[in-house]
Design a protein around this ligand. Sequence first.
Ligand SMILES: NC(=O)C1=CN([C@@H]2O[C@H](COP(=O)(O)OP(=O)(O)OC[C@H]3O[C@@H](n4cnc5c(N)ncnc54)[C@H](OP(=O)(O)O)[C@@H]3O)[C@@H](O)[C@H]2O)C=CC1
Ligand SMILES: O=C1OC[C@@H](O)[C@H](O)[C@H]1O
Length: 476
Amino acid sequence: MFARARSEEDGPLNAVPLVGGVPSPSSALRAHRLRTIGLAGALLAVALVALAAANMPHAARGGAPARVQTQRHAASSYAVAPSVLPELDSYGFPVLTDVLPKDGSRVVWGICGPGRIAGDFTAALSAMGAKIGAVGAGSLPNALDRATDFARLFRIPRAYGSYEELARDSSVQAVYIATTNNAHFANARLMLLHGKHVLLEKPATVGSAEFAQLVKLAAERDLLFVTNFWTRFFPAIKWAKAVARSGLLGDVVHVQGDMAFQAVRVPGGDRFSLASLGGGAMLDMGCYLVQFAALFLPQPVGGNAPGDARGFDVRALGQVEGGVDTDVAFVVAAGGASASFGTSLRRSSNFALSIYCAHGKIEIDGPANCPVRASYALYDDAASKREPPVPCCGQPLLEQRSFVQPLPTFPPRLLARRGYPNGMGFAYAASAFERCLYTDGCRSLDELPTAEQQLIVDLTAEVFAHIGIYQNVSGM
Ligand SMILES: NC(=O)C1=CN([C@@H]2O[C@H](COP(=O)(O)OP(=O)(O)OC[C@H]3O[C@@H](n4cnc5c(N)ncnc54)[C@H](OP(=O)(O)O)[C@@H]3O)[C@@H](O)[C@H]2O)C=CC1
Ligand SMILES: O=C1OC[C@@H](O)[C@H](O)[C@H]1O
């Protein structure tokens, strides 16, 4: 297994030194900013600073320039700590040696629902050196045989033909749940009740109340409970988030994304087309887009808007077939910014994401749910003031930069089990989960705080309210 080191391509038009792989202010950039301010701006700035200094409390004085201030990160600056990106070993796996117990012990994982994505996740777990103690199947026929086959492939010591047996295995401390969406709530509840930490595949639960119940249960039992939005743990996403929050490009104004694929219908129904399995485009892919809205939009301010979910304004139009959404267009707005998204089971797309800011744009290459590359472009705002003026469309660039982090390589022995793209990227989320378990008092991950997971479920439920599906889904 060999992983190339992270790299930055497409060098900047004006060099911007990096701090931890994200931009920090350079003299070139500062010079550019000064040029763009102009005399009138400078006079206005002097007047405003004098006025502000007279009225502001001491702590608020002398902060970052106005254009880097966002509602969410009023104190953000261009310099971002190197710890933004995970430390990787020479194979590309996140380093855990600094937190692993000295006695050589390690968290023991169990796998619940040995289907397609569980194969990818387990391959990543075993490649990163994690300990897997047991696997349990329990929804489809021949559960024990299928669990036994899975156990043989991944050299897992124990296989069970029911989820209850897995839950009762006292050697297992953390369970990864990859059953169909409808079963997430019951399986997560079962594992939490048996004292297991839970990493639950997206889209967590179908309804908001169910998610809140799981959070409460985990808190009562002092357990870690996380939705496996693995997206949040990819270095390219962490880099893009740091760029967005650095203020380099100004405030986020609009986020745009599309995630769609042509679902092949299986006779008798499948996890995409059956409402009883929690099917539909929103729960399969749209939830990733909602997750991006929660990540990149500013916090809502002020009162509740129509279609409100905790201050976020949500609108949606959707095609519904057999009780599931097959095509949805939706908008989420907050804090003066908006996001527009499409998701579908009736067409394809490249799963890319764009974050449009006041002075530039961040692109996350598809598949943005598990990306290896992101980039930004800083526009030359001064160009629009030059004579002759530049045409309206296509702002000249001041600089552009991209970030690439190749994935750890799939072990050849397990290639046959590969189900979805970029599966080795599960190592990022699994490592963060394990790291938390070795850290005193850690019961929530910075990359995806519990409250934000609840928000994602709530916003998704709001989309469902607009298109009239998945109402009153108690127990799902
Ligand atoms: N993070 C990511 O990138 C991805 C996440 N996912 C999520 O993972 C979960 C599983 O997806 P995937 O692995 O593709 O699913 P699979 O179709 O492979 O099924 C997973 C498991 O669900 C149960 N199951 C499958 N079909 C049925 C059915 N018709 N009725 C009842 N139970 C069934 C089986 O459990 P058992 O073996 O125990 O009987 C099966 O092993 C979903 O929640 C999905 O959203 C999926 C793909 C990518
Ligand atoms: O999580 C997922 O990401 C990729 C999709 O193709 C898949 O269906 C979905 O479950």
